[in-house]
Ligand binder design. Structure first.
Ligand SMILES: [Zn+2]
Length: 346
């Protein structure tokens, strides 16, 4: 019985794999029908490489830019102590004499026993509820690979993000000073899967909504966090197509995330919310479907055939149309460009 079930499962598994392969094959076939009609001479049909048909549907994207992270956390049941220009929090009920207090509760809490003197200020929980707000900067470097099936894209990627937070302000008082973190900067690492949909194409521009799901590793400077935290990022990729295989991208997005910091010797978990808004720019590239013509002296400007094999032109840089119509890549005549502009034309 068991043996039969395993065989059944294997059979189902193969069916799923075969279906996916057929789907990829069909998309390639459909794309090949639409795009790059090129120059097809009469005679035996010229075949294109199946592998390259699959490969050309992959997009490689590299972006960077700037982000702003907002921090917010509430400390219900805690009191705030200012002693010698430093801020501490404690959740002991009687705040007098010696108390166990914490510093660096944003990222790496340190527990210590402090003795309160007459100079020290205490803001208790009876009068106000403790909360902090602040912001930090992000410089991301993002690598992504995705596969295009019509207007749908599915992929995965990684973002390395240099992040810094300086000051957080108590939400109830301006007199108490800022909570200065000991965090100079931290390298955040994100790994994610993504999905997207191209909802608008206008001239050479396309617009795709994208969503990412992944994990954030906050780095060594966030030693108070155990493990990684989840994140969701929603954005729009605005893409200017310079050629069939090359695009420049502007990408605004908003990321929702948060993390928990556990106080040592206490077990209390502080929940921090830290959403980030990003503005990124970059480039995106697809591996061309046709190999570049290998003949150095060949001046053909469109897709063409040598010895029964089809090639793309070797005359165009990647940011120009690879299979242009007549005059499409260089619409101005040479005699009207560069230093020729100043010449008299008769
Ligand atoms: Zn050639």
């Amino acid at each position: 019985m068991n043996r039969y079930l395993t065989d059944q499962a294997k059979f189902m598994g193969w069916r799923v794999i075969m279906s996916i392969l057929m789907l990829i094959g069909l998309t390639c076939y459909a794309n090949a029908q639409q795009q790059n009609p090129g120059f097809q001479p009469d005679g035996p049909k010229i075949k294109r490489s199946f592998l390259r048909k699959v490969m050309t549907n992959f997009s490689l994207t590299l972006t960077t830019g700037y982000g702003r992270t907002l921090y917010k956390h509430d400390l219900p049941g805690f009191s705030l102590i200012e002693k010698g220009g430093q801020l501490y929090i404690t959740n002991e009920s009687a705040v007098s004499g010696s108390v166990q207090a914490y510093q660096n509760w944003l990222n790496a809490p340190v527990s210590q026993t402090i003795t309160l003197g007459p100079q020290d200020q205490v803001v208790g929980t009876d009068s106000v509820s403790l909360a902090f707000r602040g912001s930090g900067g992000n410089i991301p470097l993002n690598f992504m690979i995705h596969y295009n099936i019509g207007n749908v894209r599915l992929g995965a990627g990684a973002t390395f993000d240099l992040h810094s937070v300086k000051k957080l302000r108590p939400s109830f008082s301006k007199d108490l000073g800022f909570y200065e973190t000991n965090l100079k900067s931290s390298l955040l690492k994100r790994y994610y899967i993504m999905g997207g949909y191209t909802f608008l194409v206008y001239r050479n521009f396309s617009h795709a909504a994208e969503i990412k799901f992944g994990t954030v590793n906050y780095g060594n400077n966030f030693s108070g966090i155990s493990g990684k935290g989840p994140f969701v990022d929603i954005g729009v990729s605005i893409e200017r197509h310079l050629s069939e295989y090359f695009r420049v991208i502007l990408k605004p997005s908003v990321e929702f995330k948060g993390f928990k910091v556990t106080l040592p010797d206490n077990g209390f978990e502080i929940k921090h919310k830290s959403p980030t808004s990003f503005m990124q720019f970059g480039v995106s590239y697809n591996i061309p479907e046709l190999p570049r013509c290998p003949i150095k002296a060949c001046h053909i400007q469109i897709n063409h055939v040598h010895g029964g094999k089809e090639y793309r032109s070797r005359r165009h840089p990647i940011y120009k149309k690879q299979n242009p119509k007549y005059g499409e890549n260089y619409p101005k005549l040479l005699k009207y460009t560069g230093k020729n502009k100043r010449k008299l034309h008769y």
